[in-house]
Design a protein around this ligand. Structure first.
Ligand code: TYD
Length: 203
């Protein structure tokens, strides 16, 4: 049996799928109901996460493997940092709501790096709940374009098709302790949020 974080909820999806919105809506719901939570995201806004974003913005040039290592280092820090690590909060009983986790590394870095290598770098416990916001690639591209000004490395159609196929592959082989839910990303954000709340709070 692989280890699991009982108090971790993860959102995954392609760029533009709506993971950040759902992370925020779930945190608002928890706040309203006085459930202790922390909403957070990867890459982080901490020093290693900022390095990742500098690579995505092409301010720093490196290799795909070095980038995969940076994502993994950012994750290690995000989980276990003695000051702001998510594990501290999970242990206090807080629900940690996370926008992207190991599945992003496997799906995105898996396009350009050997998947075994990416797996090796990401030996972190799985979340109890994993939500995949399934939004078609064309719709994601449309949303990214409508936001404007976002020219990060990964906003390309063919690339996102490959990422999507990697996601599908890895979701077909998840550890059985992970409760995996696929949500229709074409529904309204409110409808998706209600589905998530129903799953987490009434099941
Ligand atoms: P994110 O901050 O979610 O995107 P945005 O800035 O649009 O909100 O993530 C930035 C990019 O990093 C996104 O294209 C997904 C990618 N990514 C990886 O390739 N591997 C990872 O491990 C993670 C966490 C993100």
């Amino acid at each position: 049996m692989s280890s699991i974080f009982e108090n971790l909820v993860v959102f995954e999806g392609l760029d533009g799928a709506g993971t950040t919105t759902q992370m925020q809506l779930l945190a608002e719901k928890c706040d309203k109901e006085l459930r202790a939570c922390r909403a957070t995201f990867e890459p982080t806004d901490k020093p290693i996460g900022r390095l990742v974003r500098a690579v995505l913005k092409k301010q720093i040039v490196t290799t795909p493997l070095a980038l995969a290592m940076l994502y993994a280092a950012d994750r290690e820090d995000h989980l276990y940092n003695p000051i702001y690590g998510m594990v501290n909060e999970m242990e206090e009983g807080k629900l940690v709501i996370l926008d992207r986790y190991i599945y992003s590394s496997l799906a995105y870095q898996g396009v350009e790096c050997p998947i075994e290598k990416v797996r090796e770098l990401n030996q972190f416990p799985a979340p109890r709940h994993l939500f995949f916001i399934d939004t078609p690639v064309d719709e994601c591209i449309r949303r990214i374009a409508s936001r404007g000004g976002n020219s990060e490395l990964f906003d390309r159609h063919d690339f996102l098709e490959k990422v999507k196929s990697n996601y599908e592959q890895l979701f077909s082989d998840l550890p059985e302790e992970v409760r995996f839910y696929r949500l229709d990303g074409m529904k309204s954000k409110e409808e998706i949020a209600l589905e998530i709340q129903k799953i987490l709070f009434t099941e």
